[in-house]
Design a protein around this ligand. Sequence first.
Ligand code: SF4
Length: 449
Amino acid sequence: MSEDTCGDTFVKPDVETKDDTKAGNYFVSNYPPFSFWGEEDAPCVESLLNSPEPGDAPLGLYYHVPFCRKRCHFCYFRVYTDKNSSDIRRYLSATMQELRQYAERPYVAGRKPKYVYFGGGTPSYLSAQQLTELTDEMKAIMPWDETEEVTFECEPGTLTEKKLEVIKNFGVTRLSLGIENFSDHVLDINGRAHRSPEVFRAYDYARGLGFDNVNVDLIAGMLDETDENWVDSVGKVIDLSPDCVTIYQMEIPFNTTIYKSMKEEGKLSAPVADWPTKRRWADYAFSELENAGYTVTSAYTAVKDPEATKFVYRDRLWTGADMVSLGVASFGHLGGIHYQNLVHIDDYIKKIEEGGAPVRRALLTTEEERFIRELILQFKLGRVNLGYFRDKFGEKVEERFSEILADLEQLGDLSREGDELVLTREALLRVDSILHRFFLPKHRDARYV
Ligand code: SF4
């Protein structure tokens, strides 16, 4: 994803929230926090790209499509709803120029992506022809013959059978449908563009075409969500029987339409369910999915067959893989450097058309920060393998964080099973509020975004 980090709103992590949903970022998607990334480290990306390629380190590609039919009221991503086909053509062409710039540099030249992720925005907003031309060009620049997974995010209302056939044919293995809810009233009041009949139609097409892995997203705690509606939505997902189900708990960052309304009305709490309710709903969904034979594989996902259904993008990223990111406002990670591209589409395109690098800010991380980053991201899986951190970083997690771990054990949030630390289900559902404890002191009170 590519969070919309434009403007000057800096958000302190909302770690203290226990009940009401206040405005702010709740989920920890990376480390160190974005507010520590700056323009001063942007040249590090250039220097790295001129250095030799790093042996057998895996590489991935993230491609950001910043277009949507409508802006959802809870959306905090960099998206545009007003671009015409010539604007889109110009954007796609800039992204291919960006990919060529990477592919020609010593650090990336000759490497092939192990995973490709199309996120947004709405990748499925692009037409079948645009997608065919785009992916043909991507593969000509950087072949996909070693790619283990290609994920593609879709908004159900943008899918036709023909477009899905094109998506399947250019190599997508993991199709992700942003369903969010099955009630047309809830979808409408949250500003979603699609309605439930489009979900069933798109899902049937996808199944008919034989995608390897179909994921569906639900959000617990949309505007006007009720117990009854949530139970109904979970039941409908189980009836569909996708390979993977992702459950998000609603957060209300400052750059959402919902927050703007709160501000106008002078409200401190968002008009959505409180955190205990959202966790109860996520817990209910996971329990029902388990009853239906699914296995919970992270704080947000359950899969039907853990042996067959992998999520390579997440697992590679959370174990420190390189990722070239393409497109406006997208986030990448290369050789221990975090970076984000320019966040306005015109600036991004202009920079590339001038032959420049569109990196807006970056952070050259230390070994210690990379260790903590992987630790907190892997905690989201609910299980942390201590041997992994001993082997990769020479760090004994159980000694380094002995006080925090003892405290978590005493609170009943965590136990040790052999060489693994295991979070309880209850703790896993609020893992993002626990992770800040593992941050370095200078990052603990960080401004987010
Ligand atoms: S579909 Fe909605 S939530 Fe997703 S990127 Fe577009 S506007 Fe944002």
